[in-house]
Ligand binder design. Structure first.
Ligand code: IVH
Length: 705
């Protein structure tokens, strides 16, 4: 069945419309008809749990593991099965939800107007059917507004008296997460409106997204830090909006196009007029929207953007077509999940078919093994594709079930490296063997390990596996870490191969080998001098850079900075308990565990001692600052939650500059708890029990005048 249906797969996933069964194919119907009730019951249960998991991956983890098309296909199969075997349909079935999850970390807010989904169509006939349905209901006298379908996450903004008071994610459509503090960091969203003709209370909805350039830059940084890259800009935007620290959100540039206005009383007659009005109030409305009078105008718009979309600086995955008049929208009404007056036409992702030549495996500095597909070169969306990511073993063995010499579909979305979306089973060669993931390290032969809950296999031989050893030293000298002049990745590789360096600390002993280095082919006198000078100079790099350079898993440049500020020196950091670690800003459980693991290892401690002996900085330089005031002298504070105007570090500085002291745990002796949004309920409860004054950041500022 899969060979018949899986011919085109769209790039980002979007969930979902059930009311109109758009792409059910004949083979699926035939297959369903032939099912026994027992088989159907079984299949319904399997599909329900798979879809729930995919929804969770998509909405909560922001890391979907299935394409749009495949997701829709599964959902469609479930809809059909539940229709045919209503006795097995569960009221909790994913077909009965709009989709989405509520995350625990944010306050949940009920939407005043539910945030509905849109019906999807993948071809022209379905769009003609939509047009016919509308004509049947309201006659021929109407217009459409065509808009780009931005591939981000929908956001509902509430304004009162012209001020942004709340920003809420879609969540499950009925209620979502209050992410106001994070949304305030988006420059193009006005916090205060300047025109005066807006209603006193209104809601406006739009799409928060990340531009492709920012996505590439930030994702590259993640890879360099040993973090999992996001699959596409949509996931990056969604992951960002759900961060706990709005100061961190501000560093990841997001943008927003607004596309729908809700007011208590209708003030404009049409959607088009509303768009023009909200633009005048200061909202960013996409410039490419068009008023269309006929369905042919709509097709023209679709065809235009199907070609031009690759020239945009952001991802779109289709076109949204809306009936313009509000009166006609009302007449058409809604199904349980989506308006009848609008539909999304989804583009097919640019796809090509090519032959799989081989699978190779790369070992990174953390020991993580990444499989890569080597492909017969094929032209796709402007470039020649020779390689594609395969992510992990499950992708090869479970999802794609790759065999040697398979013909595969490759697709390019927001990401630079294309992905394999499916296999053309019709072209599978007889006798082709299933590709099995390697069991031992391609570089050093050590048996690979897979940690619980992780998708990747790791080579545990961190002391003896060449790409790990070289990778760690290359990371250490990198521009964002120690930034050593005169020493590059290739030199590190050569020096390792010639036996000069094996550990980071060996870099600082190179000066003792200058005579031997001079005898080597590619080292001139000048380049050796430059390199040794660069190495000496790097001893002045601040603690946070050294800490980042050590390459502790999940400790990227920003986290290293936070740790350096919080713990002030490496000994305190090495001795910190789990609870102490997580009190530091931005340090979650995953990072804390990784830090504990790192310092548990005696070899790491020895290496740090050697680096200390070489004179590297392992203490945060305390700047001699004269206090701004003594107002908070003798007072203790804890800062918790997220703040719109300040990061927690900034508030710490403000308190310390005015003589106050930050402490790490709530006790009866604590003077103040400075509370922001989304503070942990346990902390709040403890502070309340102990009668500790809970103040806002504004109260704090008022205290110091
Ligand atoms: S209108 C009631 N307009 O697509 C309809 N949605 O599948 C409200 N989207 O949840 C949505 N671009 O996240 C609308 N120009 C656009 C859009 C758009 C992207 C997203 C949005 C929505 C989903 C519906």
């Amino acid at each position: 069945m899969c060979t018949v249906i899986a011919v085109h797969i769209t790039h980002n996933q979007f969930h979902f419309i059930l009311s109109s069964c758009f792409f059910i194919t004949f083979p699926l119907k035939t297959y369903l008809r032939s099912m026994s009730p027992a088989e159907a019951k079984n299949r319904i249960e399997t599909l329900s749990s798979e879809i729930k998991q995919h929804n969770y991956n998509y909405y909560v983890l922001a890391m979907p593991s299935i394409s749009d098309f495949d997701f829709d296909k599964k959902l469609e199969e479930l809809v059909q099965l539940e229709k045919q075997f209503p006795e097995f349909a569960d009221p909790d079935s994913p077909t009965q939800q709009v989709g989405g999850f509520i995350t625990k970390e944010f306050i949940t807010v009920k939407h005043k107007w539910p945030m509905l989904s849109l019906g999807n169509t993948y071809n022209e006939q379905e769009l003609l059917d939509f047009d016919q349905r509308i004509r049947k209901a309201i006659g021929d006298n109407f217009e459409y507004v065509c808009e780009l379908k931005f591939d981000g996450l929908s956001m509902s903004l509430t304004y009162e008296q012209g001020k942004l008071v709340r920003a809420v994610t879609r969540g499950d459509g009925v209620q979502g997460d209050d992410v106001t503090a994070n949304v305030r960091t988006i420059n193009t969203i006005p916090k205060k409106l300047h025109q005066s003709d807006f209603p006193q209370h209104f809601e406006i909805r739009g799409e928060v997204f990340m531009h492709l350039k920012a996505f590439e830059r930030l994702n590259n940084e993640r890879v360099e830090n040993g973090e999992t890259p996001y699959a596409n800009p949509r996931n990056f935007a969604s992951g960002t909006i759900k961060m706990q620290d709005s100061a961190e959100v501000a560093k990841r540039p997001l943008d927003c196009f607004l596309y729908f206005l809700y007011t208590d009383n209708i003030i404009y007659k049409t959607h088009w007029e509303s768009l023009q009005a909200v633009k005048n109030w200061g909202f960013q409305v996409n410039e490419h929207s068009r008023l269309c009078h006929t369905i042919n105008d709509v097709f023209e718009f679709i065809n235009l953007w199907d070609k031009k979309r690759f020239g945009l600086s952001y991802d779109i995955d289709g076109i949204v077509i809306k009936v313009n008049s509000y009166a006609q929208q009302q007449e058409l009404g809604f199904t349980a999940k989506s308006p009848r007056w609008a539909i999304a036409y989804k583009f097919k992702a640019e796809q090509a078919e090519t032959e799989l030549l081989s699978v190779s495996y790369q070992v990174g500095r953390t020991g993580a093994v990444t499989p890569v597909a080597n492909l017969k070169p094929v032209f796709l969306a402007g470039t020649t594709v020779k390689r594609a990511t395969l992510h992990n073993a499950d992708e090869i063995e479970k999802r794609l079930k790759l065999h040697t010499g398979d013909w595969v579909y490759v697709e390019k979305g927001g990401e630079i490296i294309p992905k394999i979306t499916g296999v053309n089973l019709d072209k599978r060669k007889p006798g082709a063997e299933a590709i099995a993931y390697i069991t031992s390290c391609p570089a050093c032969g050590t048996l690979l390990e897979r940690k619980e809950g992780e998708a990747a296999f790791y080579c545990p031989n961190d002391e003896g596996c060449p790409p790990q050893i070289v990778g760690k030293m290359q990371h250490f000298i990198d521009r964002k870490a120690m930034n050593i002049d005169g020493l590059g990745d290739e030199t590190i590789e050569t020096l390792y191969q010639k036996g000069f360096i094996n550990h980071i600390s060996d870099i600082y002993s190179l000066k003792d080998h200058s005579g031997e280095l001079k005898l080597m082919d590619r080292f001139g006198e000048k380049s050796i001098t430059n390199m040794l000078e660069g190495i000496e100079k790097s001893k002045e790099m601040p603690f946070d850079k050294v800490l980042f350079g050590l390459g502790i898993r999940y400790v990227g440049a920003t986290v290293a900075k936070k740790l350096a500020v919080h713990f002030k020196n490496v000994d305190k950091l090495a001795a910190a308990s789990f609870d102490e670690l997580i009190t530091a800003e931005e340090i979650g459980e995953r990072i804390a565990i990784s830090i504990l693991d790192y310092f548990k290892d005696e070899r790491h401690k020895e290496e740090i001692e050697k680096l200390k002996a070489h004179g590297l900085q392992f203490v945060t330089e305390e700047k001699e600052v004269s206090l701004a005031s003594e107002t908070l002298s003798g007072k203790t504070f804890i800062i918790s939650g997220v703040f719109a105007k300040y990061s927690r570090d900034e508030l710490t500085n403000i308190i310390e500059q005015n003589g106050g002291k930050i402490v790490s745990s709530i006790s009866a002796k604590l003077n103040y708890l400075v509370a922001g949004d989304n503070m942990g309920p346990a902390k709040l409860e403890k502070a309340t029990k102990l009668n500790i004054p809970i103040i806002t950041d504004d109260d704090l500022l008022a205290m110091i005048g």
